[in-house]
Design a protein around this ligand. Structure first.
Ligand code: ZN
Length: 152
């Protein structure tokens, strides 16, 4: 399910990241959260799961078997979420660019937050719950926010 035009490299600041080896077109699927599904009551929730699984429902999370769990967050990302679990390019991505998405596109978990140092001029400083995402950013991401948040 992983796009063949990306590969994993070490980044200077954030551990591993996923980078484009070749140009990627708007609409291409980069990776999919196609792994195990966990609910609220699952035991034990590990730090690794907590940090890498995405929210797909009010009390449901899903991990990936591939590179989706290694994609970094950016407050100025080149990818978004289609459906519940597909990470898709929102614009053309040039070779050498890091592939990123905005983690608030899926999360409505009051227990999860993360300090962000993505370096973008529009970095929000801390990310977590979707309710904190500014209206202008939501508008920019139209069509790329998880279905479980936008489709009631
Ligand atoms: Zn940021």
């Amino acid at each position: 399910m992983d796009n063949s035009k990306v590969s994993i490299h070490r980044t200077k600041k954030f551990g591993h990241g996923v980078y484009a080896d070749k140009a990627i077109h708007k609409g291409e699927v980069i990776a999919v959260f196609d792994g195990p599904i966990y609910d609220d009551d699952f035991e034990p929730w590990t730090d690794d799961m907590f940090n890498h699984a995405i929210q797909i429902g009010p009390k449901l999370w899903r991990d990936s078997k591939g590179i989706a769990r290694l994609l970094n967050h950016s407050c100025e990302p080149n990818c978004g979420i289609k459906g519940l679990n597909r990470v898709v390019a929102m614009r053309e991505i040039k070779p050498g660019e890091q592939v990123t998405w905005d983690y608030e596109m899926t999360e409505k978990n009051k227990y999860w937050k993360m300090k962000c140092k993505c370096g973008s001029e529009i970095c929000r400083g801390q990310i977590g719950h979707y309710k904190n995402m500014p209206a202008s950013i939501r508008k920019k991401y139209t069509g790329y926010i998880s279905d479980w948040i936008t489709k009631k």
